[in-house]
Design a protein. Sequence first.
Length: 259
Amino acid sequence: MKGPLDGRVAVVTGASMGVGRGIAVGLGEAGASVYLLGRTPATLSSAAGDVTAAGGTAFPVVCDLRDDEQVADAFTQVVDGAGRIDILVNNAMGVVPYDLMFSKTPFWDYPASAWDELIDVGVRSHFVAAQHAARTMIRQRSGLIVNISSRGAQSRFAILPYGVGKTALDRMTADMAQDLEPFGVTVVSYWPPPTATERMRESAGPEDNPSNWSMPVFNGRVIAALAAAGDLQTRSGSVLVSRELAAELGVEDPRAERR
C-alpha cells in the first residue's frame, strides 16, 4: 500500500532517541526513505529497526553533528545514495541533565558547558545541516526543512541557554525562508507538545501526568502530513504548533499512558 511520502527522501538529525526517533518512524510509515543521523551506533541501529518495523526504509548514518566534516560526509552519502533530499528535520540537541535543564537554577550557578550543549549542538548543527540540504533542494526547486524548536522560545520553562537556543531557531527559520523563497524551498519551525520520550519518562515525578504527553511518533505523523500537504510555501518562515497543526491536518494525537 502506497504512502503519501512514497519516493521522498528524508534526513532526520538526532534520530537515535526521543522526538527525533519518533519523527523518523512517522516519516517512514508514511512511505519516505529515512536517513537517520546520530552518533551512537547501537541506539541508531535500534531506531532504524523501528522505522523498518513501521513499514519504512531506514538508512542509519553514524555522524557526530559537532563535526563539520562528518556532517558533510553524511549528506554526501545521502545524495550519492538517493540522488535527492526532500525533507530535512533538524532535531539534534546537546545533552544536559534533566535535573539541571528544568531546574530554577540561576544562570551563574551552572557550567558554561550547558551553553555549548544547547547552542553549539542545538542551533549550530541545525544551521550546518540546513546549508547542506538547501544546496540540494535549490537544485531540485523543492524541499522542506523543519527546525525543531519549542514554546521555550516564547516563555521560560528551562534554563537560560535552552530558551536562547529555541528563540534563535525561530529567527533562523524566518531568515532562511527569505533566502529560500525564490527556489520553492520551505522552512518552518515546529514546536512539539510535551512528549513521552525515554528521558521524560525516566525523570517523571509524582506531579507529572503522562496522559497529557504525546507519543514520539505523533510528531513524525504531523510532519509527514505537513510534507504531503499542498500549501507548503504559504507556511514558510512560520512557527507551527504541533497540536494545532495536527488538528488542522487531521492527525490523531496518541497520548501516553501512566506507568
